[in-house]
Write a protein that binds this ligand. Structure first.
Ligand SMILES: Nc1ncnc2c1ncn2[C@@H]1O[C@H](COP(=O)(O)OP(=O)(O)O)[C@@H](O)[C@H]1O
Ligand SMILES: [Mg+2]
Length: 260
């Protein structure tokens, strides 16, 4: 579904992503792991159109989408979740879902400005969808709560909910488990799995919680220092010497060299 071809990104003198090639298979929940500073978020940003790569290309279903804007990718079904932006914190959960741009083309929307019936129809559909999304994610009891008052985990569920307001094909989640309690992390994991199995969502997620990765992801891609280190099942990558070195750094090398 996604092919990343020799992508590199420089920030001044820093080579944040250094010639990464990989592919994300349709229907997979692909994990992206690696130590801090490995270049994972930068790679996500490039794929989702936040900025273009310094070199290399991104393909979505065989189409070259390198350098497209986030909203263009959004309309092609490629979504990346963001933290609930400041301006959305004063909207309710329901409103946060309702303001996600629908998949109707802008022309039609402008036209519908003069067509009250059509507006009502779109709104009714949108509301129905939002209610269904809240139920799916078990946040329906929070319908009228301001997004700013939600816990970290509830916000993550709302972010996931926003991707469900359009027909997403592939969703990128960056550190979805950060600061989320066990119970909600479990709800998030179950929701991701159900969206994958029941609605054909493909996921690519960055996460530091290895239990979360192990439970959901196959394959797991490992990055370190801007490069792709290896790819495989969680068991394969966990036992990979290079991966262990990347996580533990040089300390381990010294330890191993020390006399018994
Ligand atoms: N906007 C930026 N400007 C300058 N350097 C950046 C920027 N974003 C990331 N970097 C640098 O690129 C490297 C990779 O960062 P990042 O992609 O955030 O890694 P990860 O998500 O794997 O922790 C780091 O050295 C980081 O400091
Ligand atoms: Mg990151």
């Amino acid at each position: 579904m996604i092919t990343v071809e020799s992508v590199a990104k420089n920030f001044g003198g820093i080579r944040a992503v250094d010639g990464v090639s990989l592919s994300i298979e349709k229907g997979s929940i692909t994990g992206l792991i690696g130590p801090n500073g490995a270049g994972k978020t930068t790679l996500f940003n490039i794929i989702a159109g936040a900025f273009p790569p310094s070199s290399g290309a991104i393909y979505l279903d065989g189409e070259d989408v390198t350098g497209l804007e986030p909203h263009e990718l959004f309309h092609k079904g490629l979504l990346r979740t963001f933290q609930i932006a400041h301006e959305f914190s004063t909207l309710t959960v329901l409103e946060n879902l309702m303001v996600v741009p629908g998949d109707q083309p802008g022309e039609q929307l402008r036209h519908s400005w003069f067509n009250f019936g059509r507006v009502k129809e779109i709104e009714a559909k949108n509301l129905e969808r939002a209610l269904e999304v809240m139920e799916f994610l078990q946040i329906d009891h929070l319908k009228d709560e301001l997004a700013g008052n939600l816990s970290g985990g509830q916000k993550k569920l709302l972010e996931l909910g926003r991707t469900m307001m359009v027909d997403a094909k592939i969703v990128f989640l960056d550190e979805v488990g950060a600061g989320v309690n066990r119970t909600l992390l479990n709800t998030i994991a179950t929701s991701i799995k159900r969206l994958n199995e029941e609605r054909d969502y493909t996921f690519c997620l960055i996460e530091h919680d290895m239990d979360f990765i192990a439970r959901l992801c196959d394959p797991v891609i490992v990055m370190a220092e801007g490069k792709l280190l290896t790819q495989g099942t969680i068991e394969e990558v966990k036992n990979n010497e290079e991966v262990i070195e990347a996580y533990l750094g040089t300390g381990r090398k010294h330890e191993r060299k020390a006399p018994a």
